[in-house]
Design a protein around this ligand. Structure first.
Ligand SMILES: *[C@@H]1O[C@H](CO)[C@@H](O)[C@H](O)[C@H]1NC(C)=O
Ligand SMILES: *[C@@H]1O[C@H](CO)[C@@H](O)[C@H](O)[C@H]1NC(C)=O
Ligand SMILES: *[C@@H]1O[C@H](CO)[C@@H](O)[C@H](O)[C@H]1NC(C)=O
Ligand SMILES: *[C@@H]1O[C@H](CO)[C@@H](O)[C@H](O)[C@H]1NC(C)=O
Ligand SMILES: *[C@@H]1O[C@H](CO)[C@@H](O)[C@H](O)[C@H]1NC(C)=O
Ligand SMILES: *[C@@H]1O[C@H](CO)[C@@H](O)[C@H](O)[C@H]1NC(C)=O
Ligand SMILES: *[C@@H]1O[C@H](CO)[C@@H](O)[C@H](O)[C@H]1NC(C)=O
Ligand SMILES: *[C@@H]1O[C@H](CO)[C@@H](O)[C@H](O)[C@H]1NC(C)=O
Length: 412
């Protein structure tokens, strides 16, 4: 049998079990019995019954934490990019999305109120979905008033609304909206308006290294590129590749918590970048970190306010001023966004015999913004979701599945 350490840990933390315990016998319930008794988790329970292979991975983990979206969370799907998958009963997507809701290890609420952000590994490991060593991460942060928040792909936030439903294989924590699995780099750059950065990766043929597994990247905001103008837009593809490679830290997941003062990170270009903390600001060389810890399918992305220059790796900020000067000679402000024309068109493309062919293979990886696609899908899908849920709540196979669920969990 598996070690009972999680159980003693939980007992020590909680003192007394108040939920997930059978009132008659005092034993902890299996997952199926626990979910069956939760009025606010009926949609989640029906999905687990419909796609029981979500739980097939469980026996290889000693205790898990299921971040179970409540029924209200599923009602919000029409407003998210997961809408189409749930409307179409896309089993592969739903399975992977729900695996992203299972954390490795049993985390009771007391352990989910961190002083600093933590990045918890999940059971989402399919390379079709995630290229992060050790399972895709969810960020767990505390907000004012001890509100526990989980941050997932594209900055989506879910709040813990009901804590510590214990079951035989771990614990269920109820959240108010679905976690969004971190998306591919180009989906994310579109969502965060990092279009010059994205275009520069196409223009320098470096997109594939930025999409390689387990990486950290520093993405300059659009204004960083317009501030340089021809100083960057007139570079050769090779020169640009060297500059962009200086923004990529391969084989490392450097979340903000590891960007410590004075730390150096070896980039794909071959030179180090250096982190500097000053007051409440964090700098990468002389560029200021604006938004940290955006989770992407293959790692983590941080937004910075200037393009980094590998020719001047010793650049230091002047923390006394709000925005740092560009570090390229003859920088000259322009209005149009450099490199955005290098992004292959995928939607409403002008009919052109020349541009279409050259970019056709790269075009498959380009994307439209998540916002556009979700807003266009809203109407039709709210109906479809309702229908799907209605179908799933007919529990005709419930008894057999509950046995299967109990069995899967009891094998732990
Ligand atoms: C269940 O959902 C209802 C409606 O959203 C809410 O008022 C109630 O507090 C929830 N119950 C639990 C136990 O979370
Ligand atoms: C990844 O996707 C391919 C093509 O859709 C599929 O054949 C394969 O089974 C998927 N792999 C996993 C681990 O789901
Ligand atoms: C993960 O990497 C593999 C091989 O490099 C690639 O085919 C796949 O598309 C990547 N998956 C994601 C989600 O980026
Ligand atoms: C994207 O960035 C550019 C340049 O800063 C700005 O002009 C534009 O309004 C931004 N777009 C969105 C949707 O935020
Ligand atoms: C992925 O990143 C983690 C964290 O930085 C590191 O420990 C690990 O070695 C990396 N894995 C690979 C295969 O590079
Ligand atoms: C990068 O930094 C590391 C750690 O400080 C150091 O050992 C290494 O020599 C540096 N590499 C370069 C190319 O400066
Ligand atoms: C970071 O390190 C630098 C150089 O060692 C030091 O001057 C600075 O005070 C440190 N910043 C913080 C916030 O400790
Ligand atoms: C990401 O982009 C692809 C097209 O390359 C698109 O099919 C997919 O829906 C996008 N995903 C999200 C979550 O936006």
């Amino acid at each position: 049998m598996r070690s009972n350490s999680w159980r003693s840990l939980v007992a020590a933390t909680l003192g007394v079990f108040s939920v997930g315990v059978n009132a008659q016998t005092g034993t902890i319930l299996d997952l199926g019995s626990l979910l069956a008794g939760q009025k606010n988790l009926t949609t989640f329970y029906s999905l687990i019954q419909k796609y029981p292979n979500i739980l097939l991975q469980l026996p290889s983990y000693s205790g898990v934490t299921i971040l179970a979206p409540n029924n209200d969370a599923f009602n919000k799907i029409p407003y998210t990019q997961l809408n189409k998958a749930f409307a179409d009963n896309d089993a592969d997507t739903i399975t992977n999305v729900l695996e992203y809701h299972i954390l490795q290890g049993t985390k009771v609420a007391a352990q989910l109120i961190p002083g600093t952000p933590v990045f918890l590994p999940t059971l989402l490991t399919s390379p079709n979905w995630s290229n992060v060593t050790g399972g895709q991460r969810v960020e767990n942060v505390k907000q004012a008033g001890d509100v526990v928040v989980f941050v997932s792909g594209q900055g989506s936030r879910s709040t813990l609304v009901q804590a510590d439903l214990m079951f035989t294989g771990g614990v269920v924590q109820v959240i108010d909206s679905l976690l969004i699995p971190p998306t591919a780099l180009t989906n994310t750059t579109q969502a965060f308006n990092l279009t010059s950065f994205e275009g520069s990766l196409y223009a320098s043929n470096q997109l594939s290294s930025f999409e390689s597994p387990n990486v950290t990247m520093f993405a300059p905001q659009n204004d960083a590129f317009t501030a340089l103008g021809p100083a960057i837009s007139s570079m050769t593809s090779d020169e640009l590749a060297s500059v962009m490679d200086y923004h990529l830290v391969p084989n490392q997941l450097a979340f903000s918590t590891s960007l410590t003062n004075g730390s150096k990170w070896l980039t794909q270009q071959g030179e180090n970048i250096t982190i500097l903390h000053s007051g409440n600001n964090v700098y990468v060389n002389s560029a200021q970190l604006l938004t940290s810890d955006i989770l992407i399918a293959n790692g983590v992305l941080h937004v910075i306010d200037n393009v980094l220059n590998p020719q001047g790796p010793g650049a230091q900020p002047n923390p006394a001023i709000a925005s740092q000067a560009p570090v390229f000679a003859s920088a000259s402000q322009v209005n149009s966004l450099p490199f955005t024309s290098a992004i292959p068109c995928t939607v409403s493309c002008p009919v052109s015999s020349t541009s279409g062919t050259a970019t056709s293979s790269a075009g498959a990886k380009a994307t439209t913004s998540g916002k556009t696609s979700s807003s266009t899908m809203t109407t039709s899908s709210s109906k479809a979701i309702g229908a799907a849920i209605a179908r799933e709540t007919g529990f005709n196979k419930a008894a057999g599945l509950m046995v299967a669920l109990g069995g899967a969990v009891m094998m732990l």
